[in-house]
Design a protein around this ligand. Sequence first.
Ligand code: NAP
Length: 236
Amino acid sequence: MAAILITGANKGLGFETARRLVAAGHTVYLGSRDAERGRRAAAELDARAVQLDITDDVSVAAAVQTIEAGGGLDVLVNNAGIQAEMTGRNDVVGAADVTADLMRKTFDTNVFGTVRVLHAFLPLLRRSAAPVVVNVSSGLASLTRVSTPGTPAYAYPGVAYPASKTVVNMLTVQYAKAFPDIRINAVEPGFTKTDLNGNSGTQTVEEGAEVIVRMAQIGADGPTGTYVDAAGALPW
Ligand code: NAP
């Protein structure tokens, strides 16, 4: 059984992923930027709460210490993310109105936060016998999809969120090459009903978490450097 950290797991896809991985018998560290929300969520699942704000060096360093003291880490699920361009259930800030500040806010969490967590936890992961990283990306990360007319991804007008998730895909490819002993993959959960999209998603969290849960448990023989959804490989 593995020791697994899930960032942003106090609700949404991260919480459902934690629930399933606890049920599978793993030791699950449930990351939450708000300590109290994290404690409540972890208590509900029999997981271990870890205060973890991925935009904060001090918080991330403390989480590393806690997990190291708990015996180390095998699997890191980089799930925490924001979609700052959503201004209402169906209102998205598009190219005409996107600002450097909106890009910075989005990248602070989705990109720089993910790198901060990866960098901080690499030493622990490298000590594991079967280290795995799951980067929760998006179908909107796919340049192929977003540029293919007639697809839902093509119709999405936002700039910041897709750009940030395309970077997450690039991180996946580059880290996978740099660390051949670690299985590092990007996953697209699918359009899922959560607070991220004003609960406008068409899938349940149970459906959305499926691929995250599966790719968190691939073990040492699993693929690396891939980008997949529940049905298989996606075009970059
Ligand atoms: P969600 O319900 O809004 O959950 C997002 C989680 O990330 C929350 O726990 C949130 O914490 C946390 N978070 C945000 N900023 C953080 C920070 N700085 N440090 C730590 N945690 C932070 O959304 P979700 O749909 O489950 O999203 C999970 C992941 O799936 C995201 O990476 C998202 O981009 C991706 N995704 C979602 C969909 C979809 O349709 N829902 C589709 C493709 C990809 P708070 O509760 O404190 O805000």
